[in-house]
Design a protein around this ligand. Structure first.
Ligand code: SF4
Length: 384
């Protein structure tokens, strides 16, 4: 550890930093945000998309997003629903809402020009320590470390740290090592190079030390401990929830509600429903949830499909039922608003991925109400 500090305190860039930059020049992947012209707006959008998302996935959305919103003014002028619709499928929708809100602030407060420092960028919605540092260094050359999961893993190995990078003190230590190095290199490429090294060579499992430009200075490699590091905290069990949702039909239309913006997936539309409580069947749950959420009574007609989906902290199994409206006026008890829509128009609304798969199943059935003339009683749907 001390050797690394000594190296990083040197007045010129340490050899390992130069070798890392040389490696990046030849090995970096050709993502669309690396093409010219590299504007601060493109850098910002890419960094937001890359939060929690693999670069290959983000790349498929990046061009489409930029085609719809080529600059900060275009993004600020769009409605939140338009932005969510273009973002649909990328997940973590708070990112899109924050990006949109921040674009409006940039136009109102900064005349449409993105602030140039990490400190100023942190004042915008959705720009946490990592994203603000990444944008400041990549777009404006500020010498600040951008420490994402890849960088923390590389540095935990490079410095052979025996504590988890989740500890604030460990992150501060890594920052203190990188900060003086950044003052002696081109900050943007250096930060990107460390991230790219973590993505391509110093990967979570099976780091390829033989191909690594840092191997001569890397302490974990020297000690033969690369695969053991970084120290991993104990794994948490991921909870699983059974959820029942209803496609409620009334006069050829189906009922959807928009999630409140202070909730997960806020601003997206969904079919009404909710968690199946202990001792309850999914059929009982969907009838109860729709009554509680919208104030209407429904009869379950048929099961449409079952969809499994994993979020970061939990997994869900959604069972979707086609239901017939029986009585009552739909109200928004737990949503922003509710709306009866023609099934052909569902494509115009932003939905979470799991609901989009239900819409796909509905389309496969012809986008029409199930023919079940009767009502499926709970006794005959016990397994559901
Ligand atoms: S030498 Fe091995 S452990 Fe060290 S940074 Fe490179 S890939 Fe990671």
């Amino acid at each position: 550890m001390d050797a690394a500090i000594e190296q990083s305190n040197a007045p010129s860039a340490p050899v390992w930093a130069e070798e890392l930059l040389g490696w990046f020049q030849t090995e970096q992947r050709p993502f669309p945000w690396r093409r010219r012209p590299q504007t601060p707006f493109r850098t910002w959008v890419s960094e937001v998309m890359l939060q929690q998302t693999r670069a290959e996935t983000a790349a498929t959305y990046f061009e489409r997003f930029l085609a719809c919103f080529p600059d900060v003014s275009a993004l600020a002028a769009a409605s939140q629903e338009e932005v969510l619709r273009v973002w649909e499928g990328l997940g973590y929708y708070a990112r899109a809402r924050n990006l949109h809100a921040a674009a409006r602030l940039v136009v109102e407060r900064y005349g449409g020009r993105l602030p140039r420092t990490e400190c100023e960028l942190r004042k915008l919605p959705g720009l946490g320590p990592y994203t603000a540092a990444a944008v400041a260094s990549l777009a404006f050359g500020e010498p600040v470390p951008a420490m994402d999961g890849n960088v923390l893993r590389v540095m935990a190995r490079f410095l052979a740290l025996d504590h988890s990078v989740r500890e604030a003190g460990v992150r501060e230590y890594i920052r203190s090592v990188l900060a003086p190095v950044l003052r002696n290199v081109t900050p943007g490429p250096f930060n990107e190079a460390l991230m790219e090294l973590g993505a391509l060579v110093c990967t979570p499992r099976g780091p390829r030390c033989g191909d690594c430009p840092l191997r001569t200075a890397c302490r974990a490699h020297a000690e033969g401990r690369a695969a053991e590091l970084p120290v991993r905290p104990p794994r948490r069990r991921i909870p699983h929830y059974a959820v029942a949702v209803g496609i409620v039909w009334k006069e050829g239309k189906v009922l959807i509600g928009r999630r409140r913006t202070d909730r997960m997936l806020g601003g997206l539309w969904e079919f009404p429903g909710g968690k199946v409580e202990p001792g309850e069947s999914p059929v009982e749950a969907v009838v109860r949830e729709i009554r509680e959420e919208t104030g209407i009574e429904v009869a379950v007609v048929d099961r449409l499909c079952t969809v499994k989906h994993a979020y970061t902290h939990f997994r869900v199994t959604l069972t979707a039922f086609e239901c017939r409206w029986e009585a009552g006026q739909a109200v928004a008890n737990s949503a922003d608003c509710v709306r009866w829509v023609n099934p052909d128009d569902l494509a115009d609304y932003p939905f979470p991925v799991a609901n989009r798969r239900i819409i796909h199943a509905l389309a496969l059935r012809g986008g029409r109400q199930a023919d079940g003339a009767g009502t499926c009683q709970n006794s005959s749907m016990g397994a559901w």
